[in-house]
Design a protein around this ligand. Structure first.
Ligand code: ADP
Length: 268
């Protein structure tokens, strides 16, 4: 029973042992709480698209629509919600593999400039469709870094997708440079809606969204930043966010030039 605490009020070794046991019990309880919260979140997130699928499939099946146009709209909702469901399941699977330490990185010396150019190229269609700009600047002296090129690309594409998603006008600026001889910094900045200061500490949490409805509208799953953070840490890096409501958001990632693939020991 986790509620039965060890009661010893002494400052000696037995006292500190009792404190250690109590702390452990608290940690375990916290772990149980977050785990059940996590499952509650998953069920909710899965149930929402399924409700749409069920509802609109029924409307179509029973011919409860007036015009062909209306029918097309319902079909489109079914299509979009199926895509969301696939994305959600895919992201959940990725995240759980990462948390169990079951993803293997293909570590090699990579050219960050090349990875960034590829990511910007892939984002450029969406950027054009939204009528905003994207600019990439990389320092001349950018060193090769030890990492997984595909996973790096996944990080940047995710952050660029968010920047595009939450920006109505202006531009996205991507920069890369060396911080010192041992590390490099990549920043992805937008001129979008920004994030309220009070929400900043939570945005890397699973399923956390500043505005549920807006994120849904944009097709978000609320898992993107949790995955990004894990991928950054797996490659020895750190990520932080700076944002001003109504002005824009800047994500900064610092990677060590070389790390041993152990996220805990590779901290800068
Ligand atoms: P989502 O799939 O909802 O975008 P993420 O984990 O990628 O989930 O992001 C979590 C939340 O952080 C988003 O719902 C959004 O509210 C906020 N957010 C992320 N990136 C940006 C950004 N560039 N500008 C404004 N808000 C952002």
């Amino acid at each position: 029973d986790l509620h039965a605490r060890v009661k010893v009020a002494s400052g000696d070794e037995i006292g500190s042992l009792a404190k250690a046991i109590n702390d452990l019990a608290k940690d375990l309880q916290r772990y149980r709480d977050t785990r059940s919260e996590f499952f509650a979140n998953i069920s909710h997130e899965l149930r929402t698209p399924i409700t749409y699928l069920e509802g609109y499939a029924k409307v179509l099946k029973e011919g409860l629509y007036q015009t062909e146009k209306e029918k097309e709209q319902y079909l489109d909702i079914i299509y979009q919600e199926s895509l969301r469901l696939c994305r959600l399941i895919h992201d959940l699977f990725e995240l759980s593999k990462m948390e169990e330490g079951k993803i293997s990185l293909n570590l090699e010396w990579i050219d960050l400039r090349e990875v960034l150019e590829n990511s910007v190229r892939k984002a450029s269609l969406k950027v054009k469709a939204k009528g905003i700009g994207i600019h990439l600047t990389t320092a001349e002296d950018l060193p090769l870094i030890w990492g997984d090129g595909l996973r790096m690309e996944q990080i940047f594409i995710n952050l660029m997708d968010n920047a595009i998603r939450y920006t109505k006008q202006g531009r996205i600026t991507v920069e890369a440079g060396s911080v010192n001889s041992g590390s490099v910094r990549v920043s992805i900045e937008d001129t979008g809606i920004g994030i309220p200061e009070t929400e900043l500490p939570y945005i890397f949490e699973r399923f956390y969204r500043v505005e549920k409805s807006r994120s849904r509208e944009h097709g978000g799953t609320g898992l993107g930043l949790a995955i990004v953070k894990k991928l950054v840490e797996l490659q020895g890096g750190r990520i932080r966010v700076i944002s001003e409501l109504g002005k824009g958001t800047r994500f900064e990632i610092q990677f060590p030039v070389k790390h041993d693939g152990n996220p805990e020991e590779a901290r800068l």
